[in-house]
Design a binder for this molecule. Structure first.
Ligand SMILES: [Zn+2]
Length: 228
């Protein structure tokens, strides 16, 4: 397993590179690029969030609560005008902060064990879809930006899982360590019901998710336009 510092460094570099690339091909503006890089970085740390007792995890939770609450408040304020907007933005900040701290993260702590389900591809896909839902329905962002934010989170978390997987192979890439094959996982045979529920949640979230056709079109168009 890679350590926290390695994960953070790789997450920042990979997310920034992806954000800059999208901006470079004209997929989105500066603010989406900045938020995308930050969300990707959070995704890069997300699979280890159930290490509740560890110092990095505590730090991560504190930062994530503050950052996400502030992000939501800013996004709210940027989409609403009028005298109530500031008060409402503050209310959004408090609501998001408390919701994350006492509901979302609390649930994760209770139902997960490290290297358990959180550290898996389907769990990260659920997280990514929740970002899409939150951005689209909660913040009223466009379907394109919502999917991009979800995509940043998902790709960041995949980079994390791949990194852990690489670290389970020794430096020469020849001898596999015991933990090999347990980082980048889709299923665990000793938890069939838990994974069945997880995939069911994933399926429902996918079915009712905002339309993603415009996102694919925009991505395709960006690829086509890129060399020009
Ligand atoms: Zn990990």
């Amino acid at each position: 397993m890679a350590n926290f510092r390695t994960h953070l460094t790789v997450a920042v570099v990979a997310s920034s590179a992806a954000a800059v690339a999208g901006f470079g091909v004209g997929l989105y503006g500066v603010s989406t690029a900045v938020f995308g890089a930050i969300i990707g970085t959070i995704g890069g740390l997300l699979p280890d969030i159930d290490l509740r007792t560890s110092r990095p995890a505590k730090k991560f939770f504190a930062i994530a609560e503050l950052f996400l609450a502030t992000l939501m408040a800013i996004l709210y304020a940027s989409h609403h005008v009028g005298t109530d907007a500031v008060i409402n933005a503050l209310a959004v900040w408090v609501a998001v902060f408390c919701f994350l701290k006492y509901v979302i993260f609390e649930i994760f702590h209770r139902v997960t064990v490290h290297r358990g389900m959180v550290h898996s591809v389907p769990y990260m896909a659920v997280f990514a879809l929740l970002v899409v839902y939150g951005a689209y329905h909660g913040l009223k962002l466009t379907a394109l930006v919502s999917w991009l934010f979800g995509g940043f989170l998902f790709i960041g978390s995949l980079v994390h899982l791949i990194l852990d997987e690489l670290y389970s192979v020794d430096v020469w890439g020849l001898k596999l360590k015991k933990s090999s094959g347990t980082a980048f996982k889709f299923f665990e045979s000793n938890k069939p019901i838990a994974y069945a529920v997880l995939y069911a949640i994933l399926g429902v979230l996918w079915i009712f998710a905002p339309e993603h056709e415009t996102t694919w079109q925009a991505l395709r168009q960006a690829m086509i336009d890129f060399p020009k």
